[in-house]
Design a protein around this ligand. Structure first.
Ligand SMILES: O=P(O)(O)OC[C@@H](O)[C@@H](O)c1c[nH]c2ccccc12
Length: 259
């Protein structure tokens, strides 16, 4: 599946027109937000209408309303899918969300070309996702540096131990995420967080991404060493985004009440 997405992205990029840089964008630091979370674990709450693995998740949303609810419920950052063919997200979603909240925005897409980094800066993203499996470690490094020149932070995503080992031989990013979902097979297991956690360099913020549905899952990845989580489906399917976030961090509230 990743191959299909990347092939479609290649075509998209060939036809893209990068919008002019918006000088008035006020960037907010993704890295700082993750380092100073509102809870014992940072929450990146995702706006995701659909995915190739789950089909339609929740098509009936106003991304601005969801973003405002995420911010109000104490999310530390918001991830906005901007890929249209596979995830039903749009660049307009990100532009509107950035204009409505003050917490940092991660552009979630498949970045394979530097011009998409220019575009991300122009539309107001604060950070971008770089997928090591799609880029390889060297290109990930070059894109990471170029993003920094554009004022953007990166979430560098790995899935396997070997990928992480190759990556840290080249450079150590400030934020590394493990995708608990294999993008080729869609198999999802929180065991991935466990195996990757052991290899993440000490000063790197470590994020567990995908397949997190309950407060038990949150406690589990926290025990495994994650400093943050990226959650989409569980929040998009909750009665409201606030209720979803409250339920995810229920154990934490109980612990706080008891002490
Ligand atoms: O909806 P979930 O299982 O909570 O997952 C969110 C996020 O981790 C997932 O959307 C994601 C992680 N890495 C990606 C790369 C591309 C597209 C999507 C993703």
């Amino acid at each position: 599946m990743l191959d299909r997405i990347l092939a479609s992205k290649k075509e998209e990029v060939a036809n893209m027109v990068v919008p002019p840089k918006e000088e008035t964008v006020k960037r907010s630091s993704f890295v700082d937000a993750l380092k100073n979370p509102n809870r014992s674990l940072a929450l990146i709450a995702e706006i995701k209408r659909a995915s190739p693995s789950k089909g339609i998740i929740n098509d009936n949303i106003d991304p601005v309303e969801v973003a405002l609810s995420y911010e109000k419920a104490g999310a530390d950052a918001i991830s906005v899918l901007t890929d249209t063919p596979f995830f039903k997200g749009t660049i307009e979603d990100l532009i509107k969300v950035k204009q409505s909240v003050s917490i940092p925005i991660l552009r979630k897409d498949f970045i394979i070309d530097k011009r998409q980094i220019d575009e991300s800066a122009a539309i107001g993203a604060d950070a971008i996702l770089l997928i090591v499996k799609a880029l390889g470690p060297e290109k990930t490094y070059h894109f990471y540096q170029y993003a920094a020149e554009c004022g953007l932070d990166c979430l560098v995503e790995v899935h396997e131990e070997a990928e992480l080992k190759q990556l840290v031989d080249v450079f150590v990013p400030k934020v590394i995420g493990v995708n608990n979902r294999n993008l080729s097979t869609f198999h999802t297991s929180l065991d991935m967080t466990d195996s990757i956690a052991k290899l993440v360099p000490k000063d790197t913020v470590f994020i567990s991404e995908s397949g997190i549905h309950s407060s038990e899952d949150i406690e589990r990845v926290k025990r495994q060493g994650a400093k943050g989580v990226l959650v989409g489906e569980a929040l998009m399917k909750a009665e409201t985004p606030e209720i979803g976030i409250r339920q995810l961090f229920e154990k934490e509230r109980i612990a706080a009440n008891e002490s």
